[in-house]
Design a protein around this ligand. Sequence first.
Ligand SMILES: *[C@@H]1O[C@H](CO)[C@@H](O)[C@H](O)[C@H]1NC(C)=O
Ligand SMILES: *[C@@H]1O[C@H](CO)[C@@H](O)[C@H](O)[C@H]1NC(C)=O
Ligand SMILES: *[C@@H]1O[C@H](CO)[C@@H](O)[C@H](O)[C@H]1NC(C)=O
Length: 444
Amino acid sequence: MAAFRISTMLLCVGIAVTADRFDCNAVFLTVSSLWRPSSHDHGLADRDLELNWEPSCDPAMLPDWVGLFDTNPSTTEIPSPLVKVHPADHHDGFFRTNVSLGRPLLPGGWEFGHNATPTEGDHCFPYWAASFRGDQLVHMDCLKIRPTWMWDHRLQLRSLSLGGLFIPGTHNSACYKGSLTRRDTFSRYLLTQDTGVWGQLVHGIRYLDLRVGYYPPTNKTDTKDHRTRFWVNHDLIRVGPLLPVLREVKQFLQKTMGEVVILDLHRFPVGFHGRPARHRCLVALLTRELKSIALPVSSVSASTLLRDIWDRDDNRRLIVAYGDKNVAAESTWLWGPLSQVWGNQQTPSGLRNFLQRSMDSAKQRSPGLWAAMAELTPTPLDVMFNPTGSLRVMANAVNRNLTSWFRNEWWSHTNIVATDFFLGNNLIDVAVAANLRKINMVES
Ligand SMILES: *[C@@H]1O[C@H](CO)[C@@H](O)[C@H](O)[C@H]1NC(C)=O
Ligand SMILES: *[C@@H]1O[C@H](CO)[C@@H](O)[C@H](O)[C@H]1NC(C)=O
Ligand SMILES: *[C@@H]1O[C@H](CO)[C@@H](O)[C@H](O)[C@H]1NC(C)=O
């Protein structure tokens, strides 16, 4: 990735480099978590594309202009941009366009349930950001999926451990509903993602955080099928059935050769308290759906190298962490509770301070898997009395900061990072680049 110019020598001796740190020409695309009234009908528009560049660059170093394109701009004749902006006029390092990504098919044959074998490697949606000096293109990047990034870089990443990897993840991963309706905009604190679990994995997310609720049958005719009793919850509210989510995870692992995925059933907010039989019932469901692809606890730990996972002959690449340690202890393949550091912060600067402390203590911590929960948290007062607040607004307030904090400062000590509306930050690209930089540090 062109955004990094630090020599590995300097990193090893810990000299902070400020000059020439960034490529000020570098641009990338994100997708806004906000929605707006649509301009051509009475509906809503969401998933607007955002142009991004490095906010800490001196305006004199920035490119003359940045464009959004729907065809590849690196041709002899520059196609006309959908949007053209002068970065020097926008001081926060980004511009939110009114061009919506919408919900296009995933490229490369990566649609869920697609019969043919999908194509490995990164694939572009038909949107590019490009920066120019005069009429000279100096940098470009597309909005992309990275469905096989671990395996694509297997020769380099094989010597990194699970605890040493930078793993991009999502928070409340399955709190998602297809396209946005007016009604959804009223429950402003329910949905945390605008892409389903399958789409997240295909984009490059490798850590999923789920909260599971149990809902008993409501009447005699209600189905006796226990599998339908388990739901994905956001705290006390159920969002969607659990089973399809498990099937998406399984299909993803079956369609890829080397991707390692962590599924964290982190809490059980409804229907489990004092009900061990319901835990047993959930474990039975997980066993039937996932055990055959899950890594056993005894043979894998945070210090296991990717190479050791890839060299196994059983092709198991899923880690399932279970938020109840007594239940996990009875199983050979459910990992115990995964450590999530959550700051309960309401502002970007509060979150920054909290994450900074977590990163500092991670340097001392023994290597175990841990997840930095990198999202703002509403207070009960926000939920009740702030009519303009929402999880979308909060994700928008902090997602761009996350990209630059993790890219420029915390990348070497980060394990898992879980965010809301993950397409609003660039942490998948940041993680892949950081992992490749870590290798260079190990080898030099
Ligand atoms: C998008 O924004 C541009 C200005 O940047 C404006 O001219 C145009 O009408 C807007 N289009 C839509 C569909 O809202
Ligand atoms: C029983 O519960 C199911 C599932 O909640 C519902 O679809 C069905 O309509 C209910 N039947 C009656 C008679 O209330
Ligand atoms: C977060 O990013 C915005 C620009 O998007 C910037 O103005 C603000 O200072 C940043 N906040 C922190 C705490 O770094």
